[in-house]
Design a protein around this ligand. Structure first.
Ligand SMILES: [Ca+2]
Ligand SMILES: [Ca+2]
Ligand SMILES: [Ca+2]
Ligand SMILES: [Ca+2]
Length: 260
């Protein structure tokens, strides 16, 4: 019996080794974290129709906002890692026939703007709304296939025109901003222009209706202390090393479905 015990132990160890190399240990497998999802945010979003348009005052006590869920601006498209004191952002959407309504709550430790909106719009803090009325996707860099409205702290709205230069687009977005401490609430009504938009011509925004799908993304251009912006943080996952691409390519926008 004395001699049998070591033999038995050796046999058990050999069996255990074979188990480990031959078939994986399921209990260890279960403890491993699941692989990170490629698309951590849903690229498809919905917005509910506002029974009453929100009062644009930077205060979120309107009925359409109590109906809507917060969605997050948390995809670092450009810049080093940041923390939630440096930047955090979330937003809600609603719509009616004439406007897409956006409520955005942005935490930013340093608000910075300059008096050169057309030269400096990327070196200043701004909230950027990307809109592709017919969800065509594709290039919109120097055309109106889609818009990238840079909403500045001074209230001016900048995008790049068909002449490859930055321009102001007054009247496209009605924006009210309310800053308390390091948190700014942006509340806005956006007119959704189709790709037939022309400079220096009368243009009619699209009538929005239930079931309509648009391309939509939102981002915050965070400028704090560096001569240029520190971060560009968006709401949709963009693959690859060049993630600052939404200003050129509408195909990376998410799909926004308008619901009742
Ligand atoms: Ca309000
Ligand atoms: Ca910041
Ligand atoms: Ca388009
Ligand atoms: Ca900032």
């Amino acid at each position: 019996m004395k001699h049998l015990l070591p033999i038995l132990l050796l046999a058990m160890m050999a069996f255990a080794c074979r188990q480990r190399s031959g078939s994986p240990d399921r209990s260890i497998e279960k403890l491993e974290p699941p692989p990170k999802a490629a698309n951590v945010l849903p690229a498809k979003q919905v917005a509910a129709k506002a029974a009453q348009p929100p009062k644009l005052d930077g205060i979120d006590d309107d009925s359409c906002w109590s109906r809507a869920n917060w969605q997050y601006i948390d995809q670092n498209w450009m810049g080093a890692n940041y923390d939630s004191l440096d930047f955090a952002g979330r937003y809600k959407l609603a719509w009616d026939k004439n406007h897409l309504y956006i409520l955005a709550e942005i935490v930013d430790d340093t608000l910075r703007t300059s008096d050169k909106p057309l030269e400096n719009y990327l070196a200043d803090d701004c909230l950027i709304v990307y809109l592709d009325e017919n969800r065509s996707g594709g290039n919109h860099q120097y055309n109106y296939n889609a818009f990238a409205y840079h909403l500045r702290l001074d209230g001016r709205v900048v995008d790049i025109g068909t002449d490859s230069s930055a321009h102001l687009y007054p009247g496209h977005c009605i924006v009210k901003r309310n800053t308390r401490g390091n948190t700014t609430t942006w509340e806005m009504a956006v007119r959704v222009f189709p790709d037939t938009y022309q400079d220096n011509a009368p243009n009619s925004p699209a009538n929005l209706s239930t079931g309509k799908k648009m391309g939509f993304a939102i981002a915050y251009n965070d400028a704090d202390r560096a001569p240029t912006r520190e971060n560009l943080v968006g709401n949709v996952y963009i693959d690859g090393t060049l993630r600052d691409i939404a200003w050129i390519d509408a195909s990376v926008f998410g799909e926004l479905l308008l619901e009742d």
